[in-house]
Ligand binder design. Sequence first.
Ligand SMILES: Cc1cc2nc3c(=O)[nH]c(=O)nc-3n(C[C@H](O)[C@H](O)[C@H](O)COP(=O)(O)O)c2cc1C
Length: 320
Amino acid sequence: MSTASEALARAADTARLAPSVHNTQPWRWVVRGDSLELYAVTDRQLREQDPAGRLMLLSCGAALHHARVALDAAGWTHTVRRPAGEPLAVVQAAAPGPADPAAMRRLQLLQVRRTDRRAVSDEPVAPEAVQAITAAATAGGARLHVLNRDQVLELAVMIEHAGDAERHDERMRAETASWVGGERPAGTGLPDAVIPVELPLTTVAERDFGVSGTLQAGTGHDTAAAYAVLYGDGDEPADWLRAGEALSEVWVAATDHGAAVLPLSSPIELDFTRQALRRMLGEVGYPFLVMRLGTTDPDHAGPAHTPRLPVEQVIEIVED
Ligand SMILES: Cc1cc2nc3c(=O)[nH]c(=O)nc-3n(C[C@H](O)[C@H](O)[C@H](O)COP(=O)(O)O)c2cc1C
């Protein structure tokens, strides 16, 4: 049995594994007795590609979800407040209990999940899996719309336009370059091992990080992939945080069903493509993130795990 503050510190430690845009890990935790506070770190916000902080808060939401699953797995009941502003969230540990096997499995899935930029195979994600993944988004506090074939073609055009716009913008190009390759800040960013040697030939283009990595992405096309948009009712910081929690829940379900996930955020980064995506949703909600779901070669080990910042840089323990 551990004290609440030990359990919270361990949960924040687990949350270091959360996905984040360009692996910026824009979060910081403060353990204060039996509560755990989550803050955004704007020093690691993408000023050019994410001036409003949408992707930063999505990333923080994913970290919050990781911390909650870790607490559930350890048997700690807890409540979460999401004050509008700072801290973004306060997790209050309530009472210890027996470890929860279902939550332990969810935690294991979060520990093995990763972004997969390899080409997807011709094997589509099973309809039951797509259904479970969609339900996970709703359970997580957002919604997921799976695109039909015409919408995928529309998305392909949007992503091409967004990619062109970002490639021709010197500041955006420089920003992406600062999170890839050898110059990136230690413990963050994308190592060569997760960037394809060559971008796979797909209808919907993967993000071009401007460098050739060492990941053998394979030659498959994306014909069998499913593309989905994570969206919600509002377009405020509180909605982005919730959407990040939903993203992490989606990743649990996808990993559980053997579906590889690739987030695609360039159409969210630019106003004109974000508005186009909103129109494509029939204006029923605000788009937060596009995702590719697919099946990758099960006989090959997936891409490497990306690095993480050391604990001391993201968790502060304040003695009562
Ligand atoms: C909000 C958000 C947006 C992302 N956008 C992209 C993207 O456009 N293209 C891409 O290849 N990966 C994208 N990613 C994946 C991140 O690069 C990845 O999560 C990060 O490098 C950590 O690696 P991991 O997910 O394998 O742990 C995104 C992730 C998040 C959370």
